[in-house]
Design a protein around this ligand. Structure first.
Ligand SMILES: [Zn+2]
Length: 325
């Protein structure tokens, strides 16, 4: 049903705008023969622009500030995906719409699914979390759940080591699709990987000095890959990052107790959060309430200021330094 509506919408738009592509165009006119990369979310966009350099146009499908879990593609988005030379997507629960588009597409689109490039973990439910079995990120009934597994955590980029692997895969895909510039892509990737490695080593070095490896998030928790990478413990109000439900009083009480018990100085929230839970925990315990940016998406201000994965993760490191001892 949904697919059918989508196709009708697509046909309508194709008919109307066949000559004026790039409705929300990022690139300048006359650059149409440049290799086009489209990424659904910010991390794929940022990795790709570092590797592509001047040789390709990279665009971000979900505009800065978009809530990616409730996102529905516009007909223009569908055209953008179908005319991409390489389409990068995460491939998790919140991108079921990608599957529908790719399945209904007549043209073969070269794709890179970020979750295929690293080892994936199932979303983890731990003690104290508010979790509703039936709540799958507000998806409708045609949401597909893998029967044999819980949902895989889609936030693979939050580990800098995974960022290196994803970038390598992007470099490989680009080189294969655009062999003329393969050497350039490999060179850019090598330089970018070296920077990511420094970031990773900075985290390793810092966590090596920390006695209490516990993080408390009064928020959703899309950082499973990050804590796995550095062997950290955590408590959080919700698993993953789809649910916008109110936490139960029990969840808040549990987190407040943990902060007190463990002498935690800082409670974290993530970007685009309303801070409500972290605020109330901070207020009840005298701890401070600090942002941990998951790089899931950036605001327009951050985008304009040139923030990127490495700058945002470095800011996280600085905040962790002030928060843990
Ligand atoms: Zn998410």
């Amino acid at each position: 049903m949904k697919k059918r509506i989508l196709m009708i919408a697509l046909a309508a738009v194709l008919g109307l705008t066949a000559c004026s592509s790039e409705t929300a165009g990022v690139q300048a006119d006359g650059e149409d023969d440049k290799f086009k990369i489209v990424s659904t979310v910010f991390p794929g966009y940022d990795f790709a622009r570092n590797i592509a350099g001047e040789n390709a146009d990279v665009s971000l499908l979900l505009p800065p500030g978009t809530e990616s879990h409730s996102y529905e593609p516009s007909p223009q988005d569908i055209i953008k995906i179908q005319s991409a030379d390489l389409f990068i997507y995460v491939g998790g629960e919140s991108e079921d719409w990608v599957k529908r588009i790719l399945e209904s597409s007549d043209t073969e689109v070269r794709t890179l699914r970020m979750m295929d490039t690293v080892e994936v973990y199932e979303e983890e439910i731990i003690e104290g979390m508010q979790h509703d079995e039936d709540d799958h990120e507000g998806e409708d009934a045609d949401h597909e759940v893998d029967d044999d597994h819980g949902a895989y955590d889609e936030h693979v980029w939050t580990s800098p080591v995974n960022a290196i692997k994803i970038s390598q895969s992007i470099s490989d895909a680009l080189s294969e699709a655009d062999p003329e510039n393969a050497e350039e892509y490999a060179k850019n990737n090598e330089a970018y990987a070296a920077k990511l490695k420094v970031l990773h080593e900075d985290f390793v070095e810092f966590f090596g000095t920390v006695d209490n490896r516990l993080l408390i998030f009064g928020d959703r928790f899309p950082l499973r890959y990050f804590v796995e990478e550095y062997g950290l413990d955590y408590y959080a109000a919700f698993p993953g990052c789809g649910s916008e439900n109110e936490p139960s009083a029990a969840t808040i009480a549990f987190l407040i107790d943990k902060v007190k018990e463990e002498n935690i100085k800082t409670v974290f929230h993530i970007e685009f959060s309303n801070h409500r839970i972290s605020d109330s925990i901070a207020e009840a315990t005298g701890s401070s309430d600090v942002l941990f940016h998951t790089c899931h998406n950036v605001s327009k201000e951050e985008m304009d200021a040139g923030e990127d994965y490495i700058s945002l993760m470095s800011q996280n490191l600085e905040r962790l330094k002030g928060a843990m001892d």
